[in-house]
Design a protein around this ligand. Structure first.
Ligand SMILES: Cc1cc2nc3c(=O)[nH]c(=O)nc-3n(C[C@H](O)[C@H](O)[C@H](O)COP(=O)(O)O)c2cc1C
Length: 208
């Protein structure tokens, strides 16, 4: 079993990365592999709503950045952690641009797989940011993995995270709950409990 983690920060070794390292170490102890995709400092395109992905077999029309690579990785992943620094009380714009496109084009690759939001902040805006990330899960039939506190760490620099003992405990418990869910899902499938064949097709727009 494999968990794909996305670091929506600009820094590959900042606070968000430090939080994901804690999640990864506990997943590993549970026998679950993981990888971190760092969005880094490159620009990420936003969704232009062109609908071209409807004809592109779950891929975005823009193939010159990381989004289609993330959809490819998502297809073989079993669970997800989407992590971000808090910017003005929301997740980073780069993470939202990437997730809007990855879910609009390739939502099938994520559906029915568990997801956890993780945020890092100096001080405030954490729960609002977690709410934004959780909305990708809850519109796409994805169980939300929670912990013993809301999924956050606090710091300005990576070394600050080590002092946030409760934050680190929270990261460990995300991983334990993710591992439990993945093992439970595997056991369910092995015992003939299949994913639900959920209804599709209704699009009742409020205004036409
Ligand atoms: C543009 C910008 C906006 C920020 N806004 C907030 C904020 O609203 N609340 C907060 O507590 N920290 C804020 N911060 C601080 C970062 O969220 C915090 O330092 C975070 O842990 C950095 O994670 P990173 O090292 O992975 O980038 C902001 C930082 C930047 C660059």
């Amino acid at each position: 079993m494999h968990v794909l983690m996305i670091n929506g920060g600009a820094s590959d070794d900042g606070c968000t990365a430090a939080a994901l390292t804690e999640v990864a170490q506990t997943l590993s102890k549970e026998g679950i592999s993981s990888e971190v995709v760092n969005l880094g400092k490159n620009p990420q395109r936003d969704c232009i709503g062109c609908q071209a992905c409807r004809k592109l077999n779950n891929r975005c029309v823009f193939d010159d950045d990381i989004v289609n690579r993330i959809i490819e990785k998502a297809e073989s992943a079993d669970g997800f952690v989407f992590a971000s620094p808090v910017y003005y009380a929301h997740p980073s714009g780069r993470l939202l641009s990437v997730l809007d496109r990855a879910f609009y084009a390739g939502g099938k690759a994520f559906a029915h797989k568990p997801g956890a939001a993780v945020v890092s902040a100096r001080r405030g805006g954490t729960t609002a940011s977690i709410d934004v990330i959780n909305k990708y899960f809850t519109i796409n039939q994805m169980p939300v993995i929670s912990s013993t506190y809301w999924n956050m760490v606090h710091g300005s620099f990576a070394q600050d995270i080590a002092q946030d003992k409760e934050g680190i405990q929270t990261m460990h418990n995300i991983a334990l709950n993710m591992a439990y869910y993945l093992k439970m899902q595997q056991a369910a499938q092995q015992n003939g409990v299949n994913l639900p064949d959920t209804e599709k097709g209704q699009k009742t727009n409020f205004i036409r």
